[in-house]
Design a protein around this ligand. Sequence first.
Ligand code: KG4
Ligand code: ZN
Length: 373
Amino acid sequence: MADEPLVLGIETSCDETGVGIVRGSTLLADAVASSVDEHARFGGVVPEVASRAHLEAVVPTIERALKDAGVSARDLDGIAVTAGPGLAGALLVGVSAAKAYAYALGKPLYGVNHLASHICVDQLEHGALPEPTMALLVSGGHSSLLLSTDITSDVRPMGATIDDAAGEAFDKIARVLDLGFPGGPVIDRYAREGDPEAIAFPRGLTGPRDPAYDFSFSGLKTAVARWIEARRAAGEDVPVRDVAASFQEAVVDVLTRKAVRACKDQGVDHLMIGGGVAANSRLRVLAQERCEAAGIRLRVPRPKLCTDNGAMVAALGAEMVARNRAASSWDLSADSSLPVTDPHVPGAPHSPTHSHPHTHDHVHEISKENLYS
Ligand code: KG4
Ligand code: ZN
């Protein structure tokens, strides 16, 4: 609908420069430039390399998204940007770009939370999020169960990992198996041809006295690494597909079991799964089976919207505009450890539209010449 907010979102918290444009909950553009290949030879994301890649990619990616969406920057109702959590230097590139565009165009600026964005993105695929929604957020840096009654203002942590994030475990095991980086997609592929019951790997924090909603993947990671080492030491071949399948099964078994339990305990009948690990094919199947058996409606965005992207930031920004949340102030800064309980970083009320009536041409001046010089 034409009266829904038109918002551009910028994501630079890790190794993807993402720029999305949405109108309300309709996705108009989702441009992503990834520096993942530059990190692959290091076996993980190198912050300084990521920041430099964002610097090069951010303006062209913004321009591409505007072109893909067929809209003019002047028509935007707001500019949203990931303010945290994430890599400090990488976040700073996105925040600086968002400020420059917002200031030059006279548009409100919304610094939003990366984690809440991973949840909100599902509105682009399945419509308004039910309130309350239970969200299982599983990415390279986070694994949490979150209960939200309003994604713009109320996100409550129910449980989280006490050591590694789920995605981190995938990346580490892929490294042990010499499968490259990032590990999630490649383990997912190998696991499809393996037997998930070949090896009984441990399920962390599932004992009767363990915290019901917290996760632990470090014991599993060690168990898998030891199992592989023992095989190699004995001069035997490592059955990569069976190891991948059995490891993956241990992760997704625990994730889905705890998520369904949290829904049941809290009387919530919708489960949303978001973050890069939500792209995992086995997680999606098992979650669907277990939710169906428990009478819970499952919502998982398509894989491209699960991994980091700008559309998720635009989606949360549009929700901020629609709900009249305060814009961020011009002194918005990147917060590498922004708590999950802060969906956005509000500032003192301001009305940039009236104080800085600049034209689209100014954007080119600022972004290309002044911004990083
Ligand atoms: O959300 P995301 O793109 O970035 C962060 O915010 O961390 O998540 C990246 C993580 C990586 O650890 C990657 O290995 C994992 O998501 N991942 C997957 C899959 N695709 C990406 N894990 C399991 N299966 C997948 N298909
Ligand atoms: Zn993420």
